[in-house]
Design a protein around this ligand. Structure first.
Ligand code: ZN
Length: 101
């Protein structure tokens, strides 16, 4: 059995660049259901503890771009999602300050 992750430093795969990284370097993203049957929105989960299926992404717009182009979110969340608000959040100074400690 081959394993290269340790229990004390869990690793996740970025949905954008597909590289494995320690989870504290990635942003957890979750779905937020939208009213009226619209596609769920993808939102950051800064606590990493929101319920439900999550996806992991480097807090980097280039990784977001890759995820969008490769359909990484649809794969992770097993369905169509609305990532429009997410792109704006990742580019906001507040978000960058939170994640680029
Ligand atoms: Zn990445």
């Amino acid at each position: 059995m081959v394993t290269h992750s340790s229990p004390s430093r869990p690793e996740r795969t970025c949905v954008g660049c597909r590289q494995v990284a320690p989870r504290d370097q990635l942003v957890r993203l979750v779905r937020e259901s939208a009213p009226g049957g619209a596609a769920p929105r993808v939102r950051p989960d800064p606590t990493g503890s929101a319920a439900g299926r999550g996806a992991w992404l480097h807090p980097d717009t280039s990784c977001l771009d890759l995820a969008l182009r490769r359909g990484g979110f649809a794969r992770s969340f097993r369905g169509a999602v609305d990532t429009g608000p997410l792109a704006r959040e990742l580019e906001s100074p507040d978000f960058t300050r939170t994640w680029n400690r």
